[in-house]
Design a protein around this ligand. Structure first.
Ligand code: GLC
Length: 726
């Protein structure tokens, strides 16, 4: 009976929303008219050639009908160097470098949707310039475990923050006549066993946590492509998964673009044909032996698969081509590369991403005019990160390191004493020497800045600590004896500042009390060094906020405390199924509800000025007959200098028939205030923002009763609260 109920409820879900997807714009009607006139001219073989790879990053083409190959490229943070036709080997061209954009966690840390649009614009311009039709980004999987090897490439633990950022990122890319490809759909939250791990999770967790980013990319951003994930969900590979691709993405959300497999993510001709895959890429077979190549042709000729499934795939491919003006070159954007505007945009995104985690006794900003010498310490002061991390790697046109920026801006005025401080090698004698040199540098300098954290270089020495595709970290430890280095340098010089370059949380609680200031600087792109310099010297006031919870230790994290996360590499028990037992309680939804204290909370970030929140009012109004709560407040800059503040709105639903998180992010606005300036802010809370996903009716539901609006400067720095009744 229960299953029947779910089925009927599900059908109602489909019918209610799919009709809205059928209203066509005038532009789309025109496009489909052309497409439907073209497809009948194609032979079955020609249609099949369009739906699978004919090179590492290109599909087939139909020259006689003027249909070119679809050109694709990684990745989410910049256009990858050219790769050989049928291997991963770079072609070593001299004109395929690109601007390295800040890693996606940094973009999310800006909490600034205008930065997301600017990010997408740069990415789209350079992709178009390089003749790419599809950029394989944004990557928006949820930070479920701090160990996720690709967390730096993803945005956040919170689906609302992801949804806001990804919407504008996609628009930025697609306004440059390049298709954005939201990946990896869905629940690809770890690298360990990524190719086959079967994720079992509740419908509520899927709908409230793992789907919303993709739904926003498609419904709000208009994403023209979605990449299936390597893993399975409920027993079926995501690259051809009837429930998530056919029923949810295409029928329920009305997705008109193409589903592209992750490379070598397709595993079956029948499923690829019938379960939602449109373009098969990267299969480890000769191009004509791909599951959707000759094997599919044979199945159709035998009558086992209907030709019409191929027609729908071709229709989607041609729709994408029309939308990016493939057939209208006169009106297609031409793109641009490494312009001063793009460099400025990338620097601004990095500046807005940097998070001031701690700042006691105004240790920051540095009073440059009073300094005669600065010790710049740490491997991350000089390490270049762009050309690492896996498929997201970039052959950066340039990459400014922190040391280069300090030398360029201060070299002739202030003595810069550099010491590498730590190395990746196991050689402890060398490490002791490096620590000694760092202490010497700190002793003879007015201030010491340690650039530490992690890197994305995976090798035998760094394995277990490196952040990269294909591997998860094995712990949250801060590697290479950095804690010892930090303590020794702090002993030598009380004016010690730590700058962390990493994309995921690391254990820092054993030294953080000892240093006056700590800054999170991410992998922040080609202009990283300049952005870090501008923040540390106060040229720019930091305004970034953490897009994830920073746990004290791994065991505090829900995926490790109550979830199922497979053993670390080397301890494989052969498990191939993983239950997301924590359900919706991911990130702060878990830490706050279960009262676990993190080192730093979701949404945390300090400023060089202060902000006062006041005059909260909530008024109920009707919009198209539906209740909307207008939440209004004022924010004043009560400090000494201009600054940006991210005002965050969380909703709490204390009276609910199901357990809900203590709070859920449902609004944020980043505002810029001059000293003394006061601004009014309005959030409109509709029923959607009050709803949870009800598994009984398989629909969203806002239960009448009391709700609370919590407004704060972070998820735990709540400044104003007020109840209201639905
Ligand atoms: C990789 C990644 C995916 C990337 C693709 C092409 O395995 O999972 O993000 O776009 O293959 O490089």
């Amino acid at each position: 009976m229960k299953n029947f109920l779910i089925l009927t409820a599900f059908v109602s879900l489909l019918t209610t929303t799919s009709s809205s997807a059928s209203k066509l714009s005038k532009e789309d009607s025109e496009i489909y008219k052309k497409i439907d006139a073209l497809i009948p001219k194609m032979s079955l073989e020609e249609k099949i050639s369009l739906i699978h790879g004919n090179a590492k990053f290109y599909t087939g083409s139909i020259e006689r009908l003027g249909i070119p190959a679809l050109a694709m490229s990684d990745g989410p943070n910049g256009v990858r160097e050219e790769v050989s036709k049928d291997s991963w080997k770079p072609t070593d061209w001299v004109n395929d470098s690109s601007t390295w954009l800040p890693a996606s966690t940094a973009l999310a840390a800006t909490w600034n949707t205008d930065m997301a649009y600017s990010f997408g614009t740069v990415l789209g311009q350079e992709a178009r310039f390089r003749g790419k039709d599809v950029i394989l980004g944004p990557a928006i999987n949820i930070h479920r475990t701090p160990l996720g090897g690709r967390n730096f490439e993803y945005m956040s633990e919170d689906p609302f923050l992801i949804a806001q950022i990804v919407t504008r990122y996609v628009k930025g890319v697609q306004d440059q006549d390049v298709a954005a490809c939201a990946k990896h759909f869905a629940a690809n939250n770890q690298e360990w066993k990524r190719g086959y791990i079967d994720v079992l999770l509740s419908e509520r967790a899927l709908q409230e946590i793992y789907f919303p980013g993709f739904k926003a990319a498609v419904r709000n951003g208009g994403a023209l492509a979605v990449m299936g994930a390597y893993n399975k969900i409920r027993g079926q590979h995501c690259c051809h998964n009837d429930y998530i691709l056919n029923k949810m993405l295409k029928q329920n959300w009305g997705f008109k673009g193409v589903v592209i497999s992750d490379w070598n993510g397709a595993h079956s001709t029948q499923e690829a044909a019938n379960c939602g895959l449109d373009i098969e890429m990267g299969t480890n077979k000769p191009f004509d032996q791909y599951f959707m190549a000759t094997p599919l042709l044979d199945e159709i000729k035998k009558g086992n698969i209907k030709e019409d499934v191929v027609n729908d795939k071709v229709r989607r491919i041609l729709y994408v081509m029309h939308k990016i003006h493939t057939f209208d070159k006169a009106n297609q954007k031409t793109g641009s590369f490494n312009t001063p505007e793009q460099q400025a945009a990338v620097r601004k995104i990095a500046e807005e991403a940097i998070v001031l985690l701690k700042n006691e006794n105004n240790a920051l900003p540095l009073k440059i005019e009073n300094l005669k010498s600065i010790a710049v310490i740490g491997d991350n002061a000089t390490r270049k990160h762009a050309h690492t991390g896996g498929s997201c790697l970039i052959k950066a046109k340039y990459e400014i390191t922190p040391l280069e920026a300090f030398q360029k801006h201060l070299g002739d005025k202030i003595k810069i004493n550099f010491a590498q401080g730590y190395i990746f090698e196991k050689d402890s004698l060398k490490r002791q020497q490096m620590l000694k040199q760092a202490v010497e540098a700190a002793k003879k300098s007015d201030v010491a800045i340690i650039f530490g954290g992690l890197s994305r270089n995976w090798n035998d020495t760094t394995k277990g600590y490196a952040e990269t595709e294909g591997r998860d970290r094995e712990n949250m430890k801060m590697p290479y004896q950095q804690p010892e280095l930090i303590k020794a340098v702090r002993e030598a010089n009380p004016n010690t500042i730590v700058v962390l370059l990493c994309g995921s949380p690391i254990e820092i609680s054993d030294w953080i009390e000892k240093v006056p200031a700590v800054v999170q600087a991410w992998y922040a792109g080609s202009e990283a060094g300049n952005a870090i310099y501008n923040i540390l010297t106060g040229a720019v006031n930091p305004s970034g906020k953490l897009p994830f919870t920073w746990p004290v230790k791994l065991e505090d994290s829900p995926a490790h405390a109550i979830g199922e996360y497979p053993e670390h590499p080397g301890m494989d028990s052969g498990k191939e199924v993983e239950s997301y037992n924590e359900g919706i309680f991911v990130g702060y939804r878990y830490f706050d509800t279960k009262n676990v204290n993190p080192t730093f909370c979701f949404g945390h970030g300090l400023s060089y000025t202060q902000f006062k929140y006041s005059d909260l009012t909530i008024n109920k109004k009707k919009v198209k007959g539906e209740p909307v709560f207008e939440v209004k407040l004022y924010v004043t800059n009560t400090g000494p200098r201009e600054g940006k503040e991210v005002v965050q709105l969380y909703i709490s639903d204390p009276q609910c028939s199901v357990e809900r998180p203590l709070k859920e992010l449902k609004g944020f606005q980043k505002i810029d205030l001059q000293p003394g300036e006061k601004k009014g802010i309005i959030f409109d809370i509709d029923k959607d923002k009050l709803s949870f996903f009800d598994e009984k009716t398989m629909n969203w539901k806002a239960e009448p009763g009391e709700f609370k609006a919590l407004i704060g400067s972070s998820s735990r720095d709540i400044r104003l609260t007020q109840s209201f009744k639905l």
